[in-house]
Write a protein that binds this ligand. Structure first.
Ligand SMILES: Cc1cc2nc3c(=O)[nH]c(=O)nc-3n(C[C@H](O)[C@H](O)[C@H](O)COP(=O)(O)OP(=O)(O)OC[C@H]3O[C@@H](n4cnc5c(N)ncnc54)[C@H](O)[C@@H]3O)c2cc1C
Length: 433
């Protein structure tokens, strides 16, 4: 099943609160003729648009094609959390790759937050960015680990924007009895992701990149001159970047083994009164919890609760996303059991076995960036810049990620989905214990 088609209509954004509250019309056409470029990028999300922007700024002739619309994929649908570090906690990362590599990855993640913040500033992207993410523990026994994580970041990494919250401090800030403590990181942030990705698209266009919507790559011929056959016309390029993340499908089979698409879901309540909104999230920060199938939430610009969560193991979205997400929402906030849900939508992201991004170079002139494992607001933006620099022979950070061993999902594409189902069910069961 192809996730580009499975849950959506061609060329149409999902029925999300983000879309309903944003002017999405950038007047971008589909590809009208055969073209020749220095670099062709497939996928107009954070990864592809950041890559295009940075290449265009370095004087390259670059195009981005998207099968649907700019920001149609996960970039325009997500929880908007711009977190610190990688998807793995820093202590876990040290165990996985050693202290030296963990420090490099931490520094790159810090670069990613700074990059997002500076792009927003320099291109005047109005996307309601605000500071702060609370990581809330759904088990009191996780508090010990949170304290160690904070101590390690403060003392070993000199990162002092994070602090430990005990149970009382956590409950003062998040109005739920489901949490027993956690951390508050004011160096991280949250934003409106659709407004951010559309802003990136405009910035890339202003820098000289050509964007084409409703233009789908169907087949690639590799070689010194690459040919991308689309459903419209043919693109010849010196370099190619795959920035399709969870929507890659079978366009490039070797990569399909390394990243797994999974679906995730978000709802938007009706606007809350100021008093109710503050009783749920006191300081307008974002929250993500410690469950394997993470619940995450924050307030929208018009004071709705945007709540993401829910477990789904097939490629098809549930028929009724609002009812589906209502279940975890009212477990965390029983006081909202009757709340009206105005919007419910899903999206597809990509995870890797290591939960670290997967960068690779299939040929000298073909790069692949994806697998941010739910941590893509910052990392996908950075990956686009690193891929652009790698194409232009500037810097070596692309290779830091390229060198991380990226295991294939066991059994290859045919088996990976059933295995993921088993793994997810197992972890979902642990969440409940
Ligand atoms: C519900 C949800 C919540 C999330 N919450 C967060 C969060 O709070 N914080 C965080 O950091 N991350 C979060 N993520 C992850 C984050 O959204 C992604 O990591 C990030 O958006 C990936 O960006 P991307 O540009 O690589 O891919 P995408 O934004 O998915 O873009 C890929 C694009 O490629 C296009 N494409 C694919 N194949 C083709 C083809 N053959 N031809 C042409 N075009 C093609 C698609 O149309 C799509 O637009 C979340 C994801 C989801 C789904």
């Amino acid at each position: 099943m192809n996730l580009l088609d499975a849950n959506d209509t061609k060329g149409q954004y999902p029925d999300s609160w983000y879309v309903a509250s944003t002017n999405t019309d950038l007047n971008i056409e589909s590809l009208q003729e055969d073209i020749r470029v220095d670099t062709c990028i497939i996928g107009a999300g954070f990864s592809g648009l950041s890559c295009a922007l940075h290449l265009a700024q370095m004087g390259k002739n670059v195009c981005v094609i998207d099968a649907h619309r700019v920001g149609w994929g996960a970039s325009g649908r997500n929880g908007g959390q711009l977190g610190s570090g990688q998807r793995l906690g820093q202590l876990e990362l040290e165990n996985a790759v050693g202290k030296k590599a963990a420090l490099k990855l931490w520094n790159l993640a810090e670069d990613s937050k700074e990059l997002v913040k500076s792009l927003i500033k320099s291109h005047n992207i109005d996307c309601a960015i605000k500071p702060g993410i609370i990581h809330a523990n759904h088990r009191a026994r996780f508090n010990k680990h949170s304290k160690l994580e904070v101590q390690n970041l403060n003392e070993e990494y000199g990162y002092c924007s994070i602090r430990y919250l005990n149970e009382d401090e956590c409950r003062e800030r998040v109005g739920s009895d489901a949490y027993f403590g956690g951390t508050l990181d004011i160096g991280s942030a949250h934003l409106n992701p659709l407004k951010y990705v559309l802003g990136l698209a405009k910035a890339a266009q202003n820098a000289g990149a050509n964007l084409y919507e409703q233009t789908r790559a169907l087949a690639i011929e590799y070689g010194k001159n690459i040919t991308v056959k689309t459903d419209q016309h043919v693109i010849k390029a010196d370099h190619l970047v795959f920035a399709c993340n969870g929507y890659l499908g079978d366009l490039e089979a070797t990569i399909g083994k390394k990243v797994m698409p999974i679906n995730n879901f978000v709802v938007a309540t009706k606007p809350l009164t100021q008093a109710l909104a503050s009783s749920i999230i006191r300081d307008d920060v974002a929250v993500a919890d410690s469950k394997f199938v993470v619940n995450y939430f924050r307030l929208s610009e018009d004071r709705r609760l945007l709540f993401g969560g829910g477990e789904s193991y097939g490629y098809r979205f549930p028929a009724d996303i609002k009812s589906f997400v209502r279940k975890p929402l009212i477990k965390i906030f029983p006081q909202l059991s009757d709340i009206q849900l105005d919007y419910g939508w899903g999206g597809t992201l990509a995870i890797t076995m290591s939960r670290l991004p997967h960068f690779s170079q299939l040929h000298d002139n073909v790069r692949y960036i994806s697998g941010y494992s739910g941590h893509g607001v910052g990392m996908a933006t950075l990956s686009g810049k690193l891929a652009a620099h790698s194409i232009c022979g500037v810097g070596e950070s692309f290779d830091v990620f390229k060198r991380i061993e990226s295991k294939s999902f066991p059994g290859g594409p045919a088996l990976k989905s059933p295995l993921l189902v088993i793994a997810m069910l197992y972890h979902a069961m642990l969440d409940r214990l």
